[in-house]
Write a protein that binds this ligand. Structure first.
Ligand SMILES: *Cc1c(COP(=O)(O)O)cnc(C)c1O
Length: 355
């Protein structure tokens, strides 16, 4: 606390990202990063980048990246917004749409940045519990609201929502915006992008950080009706005109040019995920059905905290959340086959894990 702080800052509780320690020989399965490098087309674009260009400001509209997204996802440029990571796109969307008199609805267990943004922007919100199988039941989102946000697949459970359920929600919830955060959609869920041309009340947010292996570059984007995109542009241009630098624009376009690489690496991760889930179940873990690049699991007899500490001592990092409902769970990023074998071997070596 400091007398120079704005009063609202004193009560802020910021989001805590997964740690990024520099330890040799670490198996890092804690922040849902992709274990594979970005497409070779990205490396080529960065290697051939002319440094002389950096003296100029980047295109404030990132027009080339928007055009590349438009062509890849069969939309118009007016239906696309781009930002510095999807976290920034989400923050701008909270400002643009959710500062309403009625509360924002979000799942009780979801991406913890949502309540951080709501608190930062002084947005009233109401959390809707998951059902007994840890699913988001959109039929429960009937409370009067000034907006609805959820991740599909949900994080950290990894469980996907049916596209038909999202469409039914858009049909009945016509008076407020529904934001679908699709950070993990390429790993096996059905995208709501196909609904953007049909419904003026849906905003779909995606990222290059997970399936495209570009977390370090910070590129996120949103698809929606041109009037929704205009609201985001207004907020963005009242805050930072140049959220995407020249490297991000070039490398983002290159990544979009290589659909085969995206498909290949996603399929590899899905195959590793399914094998790892089976191996964990054989070790007495209960594993949520994942449509993402991570597994959300708890052991039948050992606590999440003790397993996290045990693995950490063996230089394997996984994520554990200090929330009562999920305190026994671990969120394990799907790495390479070799990394997952290291995890399984370490768990097998635990004195109280029967195999
Ligand atoms: C990783 C993640 C994001 C943020 O992605 P960035 O584009 O790297 O900011 C957003 N939503 C969810 C649910 C995520 O897991």
């Amino acid at each position: 606390m400091n007398k120079f702080w704005s009063p609202a800052i004193q009560s802020l509780v910021p989001y805590t990202p997964g740690e990024q320690p520099r330890i040799d020989g670490l198996t890092k399965l804690n922040t849902n990063e992709n274990p594979y490098p970005p497409s070779p087309a990205v490396e080529h674009a960065i290697k051939h980048f002319s440094v002389e260009r950096l003296r100029l400001y980047p295109d404030p509209d990132a027009g080339r990246l928007k055009d590349a997204l438009a062509s890849e996802y069969k939309l118009n440029r007016e239906q696309i917004f781009v930002g510095n990571g999807s976290d920034e796109v989400l923050a701008l969307a909270f400002m643009a749409f959710f500062r309403q008199t009625r509360p924002l609805l979000m799942p009780e267990i979801s991406y913890s940045f949502y309540d951080v943004y709501a608190n930062l922007f002084e947005i009233d919100y109401k959390k809707i519990p998951l059902d007994e199988s840890f699913r988001v039941q959109l039929s429960d989102y009937s409370h009067e609201n000034g907006g609805i946000i959820f991740a599909n697949p949900n994080a950290p459970t990894g469980i996907a929502i049916e596209l038909a359920d999202i469409e039914a929600l858009l049909k009945r919830n016509t008076e407020s915006l529904v934001l679908v955060d699709e950070a993990y959609v390429d790993f096996g869920a059905e995208s709501a992008t196909s609904l953007v041309n049909k419904y003026p009340n849906v905003l779909v947010v995606q990222t290059f950080s997970k399936s495209r292996s570009l977390a370090g570059l910070r590129i996120g984007y949103a698809f929606g009706h041109p009037e929704l995109i205009e609201a985001l542009e207004r907020v963005k241009n009242s805050f930072n005109s140049y959220p995407l630098d020249m490297f991000a624009i070039e490398a983002g376009c290159a990544s979009l040019s290589d659909r085969a690489y995206l498909n290949k690496t996603c399929q590899q991760i899905i195959a590793t995920r399914e094998r790892s889930a089976e191996a964990l179940e054989a070790l007495n873990f209960v594993v949520c059905p994942s449509s993402t690049n991570f597994l959300f699991a708890h052991h039948r007899t050992l606590t999440g905290a003790e397993l996290m500490t045990y693995l950490r001592e063996r230089k394997i990092l996984v994520r554990h959340f200090n929330k009562p409902e999920i305190a026994n769970y671990l969120r394990i990023t799907v790495g390479t086959d070799e990394e997952m074998e290291r995890l399984i071997a370490a768990l097998k070596a635990h004195p109280n894990i029967a195999s």
